[in-house]
Design a protein around this ligand. Structure first.
Ligand code: GRF
Length: 189
């Protein structure tokens, strides 16, 4: 199984995936697709010797172009890791059941448009919930609405800032995302 990681930002989850699958017998990270030339994920890809395709706004709007890039690298599975653009219908149709995302909250709570980055953890903090966590889910054409595959919880303490919550969840993301991707990828075919 050849994976493409789509990422827009610092890429710590992408790095965790690259390290986990380095030398893996059945699953390989073959490509990073990035829409932001200043993203930290690019350095992680270089350090792990994974090719990067930078796709700008016009490129991302061009189905033939994007599908051509994915075909060139023989991509079987797309793993979103902090990718901030909506996945278009044509990409979902081309990869049915083969696009995964991670969201740093217990969906359906704290999901949807505008719920990204620290906005999520600030909303968790403000809501007074005592638990948060992460959700790994299949992707459909609405933000954070695809079928959930996996969730894990952690506590929210009264003394927590939004940054404390973010750090606790991110640590769990790095631990669980590679394992869930591995389980899902090796179930395919
Ligand atoms: C993670 O919290 C992930 O759940 C969300 O975006 C963040 C990406 O962080 N979708 P990083 O770029 O992997 O460090």
């Amino acid at each position: 199984m050849q994976i493409a990681i789509f990422a827009s930002g610092s890429g710590s989850n992408a790095a965790a995936l690259m390290q986990y699958f380095a030398g893996h017998a059945r699953v390989r990270v073959g490509l990073v697709v990035c829409n932001n030339p200043g993203a930290g994920v690019i350095a992680h890809a270089e350090a792990n010797m994974i090719p990067v395709e930078l796709v700008n706004k016009a490129g991302y709007a061009d189905a033939d172009y994007v599908l051509g890039v994915l075909a060139k690298y023989k991509i079987d599975l797309i793993v979103l890791a902090g990718f901030l653009k909506l996945i278009p219908e044509w990409l979902i149709d081309a990869y049915p059941g083969r696009i995964l995302n991670i969201h740093p909250a217990l969906l359906p709570k704290f999901g949807g448009k505008g719920m990204y980055g620290m906005h999520i953890h600030e909303a968790v903090r403000a809501s007074g919930v005592t638990e948060t966590g992460l959700t790994i889910h299949l992707v459909n054409s609405e933000y954070d609405k695809g079928a959930p595959l996996f969730q894990v919880k952690c506590s929210v303490y009264e003394s927590d800032t939004a940054s404390d919550i973010a750090a606790r969840v991110l640590k769990m993301e790095h631990r669980f995302y590679p394992k869930v991707v591995e389980a899902y990828a090796t179930m395919q075919h």
